[in-house]
Design a protein around this ligand. Structure first.
Ligand SMILES: [Zn+2]
Length: 169
């Protein structure tokens, strides 16, 4: 659990050169002698979901925030929350559907928002319960190949979706 980041040698708050110190149970960590604080990795964590209706074998894609392209349902992990709960909570909040079964796919760091994105597959209990909330402008169910063709080209969502679809063959 020791944490030394050679690329971050100065305190981001005050600019002081980090020292290192032994922290009980953690090993060696960077320490700012001026702020008197230990330095750990700081980034956001979010989940994106490939929402699947297992009966019809269709994937839900959404449009939101006034943008005219399709994305995956997604949301940030709250402090104190486990990622599995984020997945179930966001699917319920944004679509009104119960996640029957969830499984982790893979992750990717997204530099622009300093976010580690965790991608999941969510098999919903009942697709007819779909009731998009105010965050979603529109949404549609697509066959697997239609979803591949409609997700925003070049997006992280496309990378996750293609990766998952390729693994289903
Ligand atoms: Zn400092």
């Amino acid at each position: 659990m020791a944490y030394i980041n050679e690329n971050e040698r100065y305190c981001t708050k005050c600019g002081t050169l980090f020292e290192t110190r032994e922290l009980e149970g953690e090993g060696t960590v960077q320490y700012c002698p001026r702020c008197k604080e230990d330095h750990f990795p700081v980034f956001n964590t979010a989940c994106s979901m490939i929402v699947v209706d297992p009966k019809e074998k269709k994937i839900l894609l959404i449009k939101q925030y006034g943008r005219d392209w399709y994305a995956l349902v997604a949301g940030y992990v709250n402090r104190g929350e486990d990622a599995e709960n984020t997945v179930r909570r966001e699917v319920m909040e944004e679509t009104g559907m119960v996640a029957r079964e969830i499984s982790f796919n893979r992750s990717k760091y997204f530099e622009r928002s300093n976010t580690l994105m965790l991608n999941w597959t969510v098999y919903v209990e009942d697709a007819s319960a779909l009731k998009p909330n105010w965050e979603i402008d529109s949404c549609s169910w697509f066959t697997f190949e239609e979803a591949r063709a409609n997700i925003k080209p070049g997006s992280l969502a496309e990378w996750f979706l293609d990766s998952w679809l390729d693994s289903q063959k």
